[in-house]
Ligand binder design. Structure first.
Ligand code: A8S
Length: 175
C-alpha cells in the first residue's frame, strides 16, 4: 500500500537541521484503530511492548509517562550498546504525538530525538509518521548514521504494526 501523508502532518516532521545533523522520516500503515496504536506508543515506561531490541526498561527519574521523566532502556546483547537513558519530551494525547530524546548511554547516538504522530485513517487503520534527528557520528558519514538508525526505527515500526494488529484482532474476537 502506498502511504499518503496526511495534509495536516505536523511541522515537527520537517525539522530545520544544523550542518552536522541528519534526519529521516519513516512511515507505517497499521490495520488497527489509532486508539490501540496510541496505547502502545504512549506507554513510555514499556517500549519493550513493540521495540524488539529492548530487553527491559525502568523509570529512573520523574513520574512515569509524564513529560520530563527519564527511562533507562537495556537492550539485547549483540548490539553496539547495552543501555540508553531517554527523556520523554512530548506526550499529546489529543493529537496523538509523542517524542523523546536520548540523553546518555554507552552508544554512539549523539543528540538523538524522535517524534511520532498517529493519524487515524478511518476507524480501523492508522498512519504512523516518525521523524528523528541526530548528529552524524564522529567516525561516520551522515548517510551511514542514518542507515543504522533507519534499520532500527523501521524494525520498531514493523513490530508496532504486528503487535497493534494482533491486539486489535483479539479485541474483535471478544465482541
Ligand atoms: C528507538 C530508536 C533507536 C534506538 C537505539 C535508534 C538503541 O536502543 C539500539 C541500538 C543502539 O546502538 C543505540 O526508538 C540504542 O529506540 C537498539 C541503545 C539507543
Amino acid at each position: 500500500m502506498v502511504f499518503q501523508p496526511p495534509p495536516t502532518v505536523s511541522s515537527d516532521h520537517n525539522p530545520v537541521l544544523q550542518p552536522n545533523e541528519c534526519s529521516s522520516t519513516l512511515f507505517q500503515t497499521i490495520a488497527a484503530p489509532a486508539s490501540v496504536v496510541w496505547a502502545l506508543v504512549s506507554d513510555f515506561e514499556n517500549p519493550q511492548r513493540y521495540k524488539p531490541f529492548v530487553r527491559s526498561c525502568r523509570i529512573i527519574d520523574g513520574q512515569a509517562n509524564q513529560v520530563g521523566c527519564l527511562r533507562r532502556v537495556d537492550v539485547a546483547s549483540g548490539l553496539p550498546a547495552s543501555y540508553s537513558i531517554e527523556r520523554l519530551e512530548i506526550l499529546d494525547h489529543d493529537q496523538r504525538i509523542c517524542g523523546f530524546s536520548i540523553v546518555s548511554g554507552d552508544h554512539r547516538l549523539s543528540n538523538y530525538r524522535s517524534i511520532m504522530s498517529l493519524y487515524p485513517n478511518g476507524s480501523n487503520e492508522t498512519a504512523v509518521v516518525e521523524t528523528y534527528v541526530i548528529d552524524a557520528a564522529e567516525a561516520n558519514t551522515k548517510e551511514e548514521t542514518c542507515a543504522f538508525v533507519d534499520t532500527i526505527v523501521k524494525l520498531n515500526l514493523r513490530t508496532l504494526s504486528r503487535v497493534a494488529e494482533d491486539l486489535a484482532g483479539k479485541a474483535q474476537q471478544q465482541v
